[in-house]
Design a protein around this ligand. Sequence first.
Ligand code: SF4
Ligand code: SF4
Ligand code: SF4
Length: 194
Amino acid sequence: MLAQRINDLLPQTQCTKCGYAGCAPYAEAIASGLAPINRCPPGGEQGIAALATLLHTEALLLDETCGQHMPLQVAVIDEQYCIGCTLCIQACPVDAIVGASKLMHTVLTQECTGCDLCVAPCPVDCIEMVAVAPVRAWTRVDAQASRQRFEARNARLARPSQEPPTQETAPDIGNAVAQALAKARARRAASRTS
Ligand code: SF4
Ligand code: SF4
Ligand code: SF4
């Protein structure tokens, strides 16, 4: 199937920078003629060229309104400010963050795709994207590993045990997070003015 062959060429970071919910939906849009082949910043010029070859079409310049192609970055959590809210874990498409509710979280650097989807949800701005050293590009091997982790996560979330907090527990969690959030914001503000 064409969409699958297109998806096989995409970087599998699931970053959504193409404007679709992940690599597979973007692949389907390309296969249907609904999206051009130049909307994937992680894939960059090489990715566009591979798609152009597969589809016997002209290679286009990357549409930089979607983002710029950059060397691999990974997320780093400033753990002293982490309030353990778990929002980053929920945002990470490849389960590259470990931690538990109200406990410090940390990124498994080897598993991080650099998608940066965990940055915006962090209520205390304690996640930063940093270039890996030595500098390197995202590879096909990385893409295969990322795809496996993404599929494993989806399978885990589809299991019945993965239920959202109940109505009884959700308000307590909300209060705890709100209190921790206020403290973390105050600490962060103090460190910025000192
Ligand atoms: S890696 Fe490319 S195709 Fe996949 S979600 Fe990101 S921008 Fe879209
Ligand atoms: S840790 Fe953040 S940047 Fe890394 S894969 Fe997960 S969501 Fe993306
Ligand atoms: S979103 Fe931020 S504060 Fe919440 S667990 Fe992740 S790193 Fe910690």
